[in-house]
Design a protein around this ligand. Sequence first.
Ligand SMILES: Cc1cc2nc3c(=O)[nH]c(=O)nc-3n(C[C@H](O)[C@H](O)[C@H](O)COP(=O)(O)OP(=O)(O)OC[C@H]3O[C@@H](n4cnc5c(N)ncnc54)[C@H](O)[C@@H]3O)c2cc1C
Length: 463
Amino acid sequence: MTDEILVIGAGPAGLAAARTAAAYGAKVSLLDDNRQVGGQYYRHPASEVLRSVRGDLFDEAERGADLLATTSDPNVAHLPGAVFYGFAEEGIAAFVHDDRLRRMTPGATIVATGATERPVPFPGWTLPGVMGAGAVQNLLKGQRTLPGRRILVTGNGPLTLLAAANLVRCGAEVVEVLEAARNRPPLAMLPRLLLEPEMLARGIAYRAILMKHRVPFRSRHVIVEATGSGRVEAATVAPVAEDGTPDLSRARALSVDTVVAGFGLIPASEVTRSIGCVHVHDPGKGGWIPVRTEDLETSRPGIFAAGECAGAAGVEKALLEGELAGLAAAMRVGAASGPLAEIHRDRLRRRLRRLMAFRVAIEAIYRPPGSLLSLARDDTVVCRCEEVTLGEARRWTRSGVTEANSLKAITRMSMGRCQGRNCLPTVARLIAAETGIDVAEVPLPRPRPPLKPVGVGALIGKD
Ligand SMILES: Cc1cc2nc3c(=O)[nH]c(=O)nc-3n(C[C@H](O)[C@H](O)[C@H](O)COP(=O)(O)OP(=O)(O)OC[C@H]3O[C@@H](n4cnc5c(N)ncnc54)[C@H](O)[C@@H]3O)c2cc1C
């Protein structure tokens, strides 16, 4: 084992971790499967020319320039395009870089692999013209391109509201914004909202943009179907009941060419689940998250987790957790110690507690109604890779196949390219609904290396 620190993921959390550990003199290997660092939040425009297009709106990369420059720190070895493959034997981390499989035995590892968009199947969700709220943000930031002209935004959570406001600011015609939650802060939560006035003001500003442009915002509403031949041409929407069932008697049709469906994020917890870290199911943070100490160490000694992969709660939390995990890992490998480091750590812990107290209120405001599984019909494809429908999966579940692993073996659900990122959350909700148990009692299949697709050549050492 070396005294080096491995950071998996160079988004806000991974970069903050690498920068902090390096500042204390630790040697850091920072890997990310993208060529450019920044993750989802600090997404770069695809070309310099584009940087000037609405640069006032999408200036994250400019504002984060200092953090993005972490890769030029002499203590940081940045490995662009490196894919973390998995942990081989005890403590040996394996990854593919430049088409070669490489191994290292770090003194500490920080998992900062982010989150993915929550898949909520509904009839027509696979039509061209339906896309996620995060995907829209990436299209606007990276390509400075609108996804369409007449757009319905539907879903649940703050990212969807952000995407809707940005679409309006970029000149798209947003016909309606539908939020599945009741979206009203319970009175008891008001004091918590005041803990982060800047973030509260940002949320209010996004709503104000919609009001200013007379875009109807409907809470407790959801899409029930997207239709069109070969691409989206219309969408049917309806109010949704407390249990997540849409009231079809009050359904309305809207003519649109794009549907932005953002139902929140799911922590990318494959790394921590693959090595058997203890996890809990926290619906407010997106699902299964690793149990961690106050210093963000998981149940596996020397493995820390930071950012969205340990609970989807926004970029501010990712940056703070990255800094704390970087400091804790630097302490673990002996690079950081003494009163100054402890004062720094305690300040970060306090800051994080305040932010998480605020997040409790945000989770209450955006608590979705039921599981929204009832949006899908039996003929709705729920596993996009293997084209398995809800009806097929339900038939097997009703015939006694009530484990995700067995359903996988029989139907091939989650055996495709996305390895279940698109269908496993639906599988878990289906099994829970059909067997009358809580989704937290439905174990997911254990991820196995390779955790992300890698070239076979790299594994067999083609050269
Ligand atoms: C599509 C999408 C768009 C978003 N857009 C915004 C936005 O515009 N504004 C906003 O406030 N929030 C946005 N978010 C929320 C976003 O999660 C946070 O803002 C923030 O980026 C989280 O930081 P992070 O470091 O935890 O994760 P991320 O930024 O997601 O960074 C994780 C990094 O790890 C890499 N990675 C994952 N697994 C591996 C592996 N096995 N090997 C190597 N590298 C790996 C990923 O490619 C990624 O670069 C978006 C989320 C998503 C999913």
